[in-house]
Design a protein around this ligand. Structure first.
Ligand SMILES: Cc1cc2nc3c(=O)[nH]c(=O)nc-3n(C[C@H](O)[C@H](O)[C@H](O)COP(=O)(O)OP(=O)(O)OC[C@H]3O[C@@H](n4cnc5c(N)ncnc54)[C@H](O)[C@@H]3O)c2cc1C
Length: 371
């Protein structure tokens, strides 16, 4: 089988490593250098509980998440080990090096255009599109608008300053004056070490919106003032979007969409690294297991992610439905050290309790993971 993969992001790289393990001939096309120009909080939440050892680029597990509503609340992560800070550039370059050593052909600085994609369909048995959102397939098949039905718009800066008081914890703050139609929205401060932190704001958007209305840069400037970070030096800045709704169709002739190209980011927090890796490896398992119909890829993906996405959607509903004061009470309740308070909060929000229970009970089988 001849396989082409477009995009050397987490999804494309996991797909390449999974494919090479099955002795498939893989050509991986990346429009930049691997790891170049990444704009990301670089916090990997293994929400499916299946990520293997991350290897090169893993900085440290996150010890605690500080949530800020009206007050501050902590969630201790040391027992769960599901949250890590990464250096994505090092991580992705390490994965690419590993894939090349195992025999894939990597073409960097090679942008696939819509015309080239259509021509490639004759040269390859299958093409995995991990080009992010909006994907190159959407440009060739004219469905780019699908990514903008429900999406998260984000703006981030990389700060150089003193983060020793927060590191190795991270902070997520909820924005009290965000209009209801832009909920769920929050800001993040994710220190990579004691001197550097990725700091950004994100909000949910329906249909394409005027950037002026979102005011992301202004909102971030306010966060820097509130968090007393105006003395820190901004060494990088950038923005991006993430579609938070799985696309209605993921297979187009011999093309399969994965990761952000498939609309696989969390509706709650916009993170998608784990789902990109998962979908990349899952797509390969559908191509290599003769007993599975590739048309079933989407069904299998949706079934694996259903409970996680339901829980996140329920949490988003809470953020939309509750006023800031009641949302703050919810944060206080779910993070309380006292069992009775947590139980009372759960009884007040049975939908959240049920969705959490379903998520915790769910066992997702990792697909053909790379070694
Ligand atoms: C500001 C911001 C912060 C974020 N923070 C987090 C976070 O902390 N944690 C988290 O889990 N997620 C985060 N995300 C989401 C996360 O970045 C994505 O979900 C994840 O990168 C998806 O991986 P992917 O492989 O599908 O796509 P991408 O990482 O987008 O990779 C796509 C690759 O394809 C290449 N490419 C694109 N077009 C072409 C083409 N035509 N030809 C060849 N190559 C092409 C690109 O150069 C890129 O290397 C954040 C997103 C944003 C915008």
């Amino acid at each position: 089988m001849k396989l082409a993969i477009i995009g050397a992001g987490p999804g494309g790289l996991y797909a390449a490593l999974a494919a090479v393990k099955q002795n498939i001939s893989v050509d991986l096309y990346e429009k930049k250098q691997v790891g170049e120009g990444i704009c990301c909080g670089e916090c990997l939440f293994d929400s499916l509980g299946i990520m293997p050892q991350l290897g090169e680029g893993l900085l440290h597990p996150v010890r605690e998440v500080i949530l800020k509503g009206r007050d501050h609340y902590g969630i201790n992560m040391s027992r769960r080990r599901k949250l890590w800070m990464l250096d994505r550039k090092t991580w992705q370059q390490g994965l690419a090096k590993q894939a090349v050593a195992q025999g894939i052909c990597l073409f960097e600085q090679t942008e696939i255009t819509p015309d080239r994609l259509l021509a490639m369909q004759k040269d390859y048995d299958w093409i995995i599109d991990g080009s992010g959102a909006p994907s190159i397939t959407s440009r060739a098949y004219h469905f780019s608008r699908e990514y903008f039905r429900d999406y998260m718009a984000a703006y981030q800066v990389v700060l150089k300053g003193d983060f020793s008081a927060l590191w190795p914890r991270i902070k997520v703050g909820f924005i009290s004056d965000l209009p209801a139609e832009l909920q769920a929205g929050y800001y993040w401060i994710f220190p990579k070490d004691e001197r550097h932190a990725n700091t950004g704001v994100v909000c949910t958007v329906h249909e394409i919106q005027d950037k002026e209305r979102l005011q992301l840069k202004k909102r971030l400037a306010n966060v820097l003032i509130d968090e007393k970070l105006t003395g820190a030096e901004i060494i990088e800045s950038g923005g991006g979007m993430a579609s938070v709704r799985i696309l209605p169709r993921l297979v187009f002739d011999n093309i399969i969409l994965i990761g952000d190209a498939a609309g696989l980011t969390s509706p709650l927090h916009g993170g998608g690294i784990d789902m990109a890796c998962f979908s990349g490896a899952l797509a390969v398992s559908f191509l290599t297991d003769g007993s599975q119909d590739v048309g079933e890829y989407q069904k299998s993906l949706t079934a694996s992610l259903e409970d996680k996405l339901n829980l996140e959607a329920t949490a988003v509903q809470k953020m939309k439905a509750l006023n800031f004061c009641d949302f703050d009470k919810l944060l206080a309740g779910v993070t309380s050290q006292r069992n009775t308070i947590r139980a009372k909060t759960a009884l007040r929000h049975p939908d959240l309790l049920y969705a959490t229970y379903r998520w915790l009970e769910k066992k997702v089988e990792p697909p053909n993971w790379p070694d």
